[in-house]
Design a protein around this ligand. Structure first.
Ligand code: NAI
Length: 537
């Protein structure tokens, strides 16, 4: 393992060179200020917007992007990856001078072929492993943020030296830099965002859901798991001391418990899912999908954002953050004291408000009141908090439960089969679905987990085919859920994206295709509701 530090860099290679920082956002501002404070000659290239004004206020000479590129020996491209290919083609590439150095802070656009720099320039990578504010803050503190560095094209014969010098100028070599390829940087970054992060997120939401279902007070659950800041502190210590050594900061009960029980979570299926995610990234499938999504105006992203914002956990967090006020954001981790007059009153108020909030969310989801009204007596919520799982009659609605629709007692297997038969017949003849099927080829299979029923919908070449039973093979999307969830989803009482995020719908197959099918969700609801009413009278 090799990390490069200040002593490995030759910053004087940048002497007399003009460095143009293109973009003055998160990374642009931090890197421009750090490079200037390191004694280099920095100009900013930016379109006329608020970022340009900020750069001027920070006393930089600000030029239009193409003019800044013309003036520069070193060009740092620090605008969003999504807009970079277009800006590069129109404003950067035509102005690049022979043997100038093109610096990327992310390998994405080059690794996935969205930008192919001309062969007359050095192409290097200096990619901080830290948000821009952190890059600046740490530099000012004298520490610096670590970075990945790399060389994709070496025309000058000095590309590596330039890489280390730029890393030195932004403070990264103070902390240490690691050499990687552009592809490795991009793939690692995407893996963290698409696999490690979401897998971890699901562990968190499953834990919150389980503990609320078991009757633990919401504010205690959220504080215990992450909102106290203790977990963030532990992660910091893991980074500082290593996984094993940081454990010595915890009690021996904690050490024994976590190590002896930890093996339970070595799930082969999880590893397979992580591998699947990595495969998608490395093959370029994700980059192609994301480019196509952006070209369409990012409708899927909008849908996902809306669904995620409506998750009850988001509302609970926001309520708890408000209640905790500045305390939760202060540097000191917040602890919940079970005794003490002030804390007791705060806890009681908080629990009452959270109960009210969860009730409201559940009512909106069509479930009606799901919990007892909060007690105002001294023995009320506090007593509840103390009683634990066995004595508490589920006073809090579980997150996923608050999303579930009213059960449909009338919908037995035979009835459902009739409703589905009518629904699939209508779907086959429906104009809106046929229009959706133009130019597509998608098969979705729906499986009920509480009966052996399944059905499929195929949209292909302008035709819609619906059939009871699962196709032998070839479905791009498979959704598994209970009859109650299916009925809720197709009756419009349950948002399928939210239900999937909450774990009520299990999904296998191609995520983008599944989300594309949601564009006709309204039509499916229309057809199913009509078939349901007709069949059931
Ligand atoms: P940002 O979103 O903060 O960029 C804002 C800047 O881009 C502004 O100066 C704005 O004028 C300019 N801009 C936006 N749209 C434009 C357009 N259509 N035409 C011309 N200029 C436009 O960008 P951020 O987050 O600093 O990312 C810059 C690069 O740094 C990217 O390659 C990113 O992957 C990389 N990076 C970002 C990190 C972060 O913390 N955000 C961390 C490490 C790398």
């Amino acid at each position: 393992m090799r990390l490069y530090h200040d002593a490995d860099a030759r910053p004087n290679i940048l002497e007399g060179k003009v460095i143009a920082v293109i973009g003055y956002g998160n990374q642009g501002r931090a890197q421009a200020l750090n490079l200037r404070d390191s004694g280099h000659q920095v100009i900013v290239g930016n379109r006329a917007d608020a970022y340009a004004a900020r750069a001027k206020a920070d006393r930089f000479a600000v030029h239009p992007i193409s003019a800044a590129v013309s003036l520069a020996d070193i060009v740092l491209l620090l605008i969003p990856d999504e807009v970079m290919p277009e800006v590069f083609a129109s404003e950067v590439a035509p102005r690049l001078r022979h043997k100038c150095v093109l610096v990327f802070a992310s390998g994405y656009t080059v690794a996935f072929g969205l930008i192919t720099p001309p062969l007359i320039v050095d192409v290097i990578l200096v990619a901080p492993r830290m948000v821009g504010a952190g890059v600046r803050e740490r530099y000012v503190e004298g520490r610096g943020a670590p970075a990945f560095i790399g060389v994709a094209q070496d025309v000058s014969g000095q590309a590596r030296a330039y890489t280390l010098a730029v890393a030195h100028g932004i403070g990264a070599t103070r902390a240490g830099v690691v050499e990687v390829t552009f592809a490795q940087e991009a793939e690692l970054d995407l893996f963290t965002e698409q696999c490690f992060g979401p897998a971890f997120g699901h562990v968190l939401t499953s834990s919150v859901d389980l503990l609320l279902t078991e009757g633990y007070p919401p504010e205690a659950v959220l504080l215990e798991l992450y909102m106290s800041g203790e977990f963030a502190y532990t992660l910091e210590k893991i980074a500082e001391l290593g996984m094993v050594e940081q454990a010595t900061l915890h009690s021996t009960t904690s050490q024994y418990g976590s190590m002896s029980r930890g093996i339970r979570f070595q799930l082969p299926e999880l590893r397979e899912k992580l591998r699947e995610g990595l495969r998608e990234i490395r093959s370029g499938a994700f980059a192609r999908e994301w480019a196509a999504e952006q070209a369409e105006g990012a409708p899927t992203l909008t849908m996902l954002r809306e669904a995620a914002r409506e998750m009850p956990l988001t509302a609970l967090e926001s309520e708890l953050r408000k209640e905790l006020g500045a305390a939760a954001t202060s540097e000191q981790p917040v602890t919940v004291e079970p005794t003490g007059e002030r804390t007791l009153a705060q806890r009681r108020r908080l629990i009452a408000r959270l109960q009210h909030l969860v009730s409201r969310i559940a009512r909106r989801a069509g479930r009606g009141a799901v919990m007892d009204p909060p007690s105002e007596t001294a023995e009320g919520p506090t007593a509840m908090a103390r009683t634990g799982a066995s004595e508490t009659a589920h006073p809090q609605a579980p997150l996923s439960e608050s999303l579930r629709p009213e059960p449909s007692p009338a919908l037995g297997r035979a009835t459902l089969e009739r409703v589905l038969g009518a629904f699939l017949d209508d779907a086959t003849a429906d104009r809106a679905l046929q229009a959706f099927a133009q130019g597509r080829s998608i098969t979705t299979v729906y499986r009920m987990t509480d009966t052996d029923l399944a059905f499929s919908l195929r949209f292909a070449e302008g035709k819609v085919e619906g059939a009871l039973g699962a196709p032998e093979a070839g479905a791009e999307v498979a959704l598994s859920m209970t009859t109650e969830t299916l009925d809720g989803m197709l009756s419009g009482r349950l948002n399928p994206t939210r239900a999937t995020l909450a774990g009520d719908i299990r999904f296998d197959g191609d995520a983008r295709t599944a989300l594309t099918v949601q564009r006709v969700q309204k039509d499916l609801i229309r057809l199913y509701s009509a078939a349901r009413t007709r069949t059931m009278g």
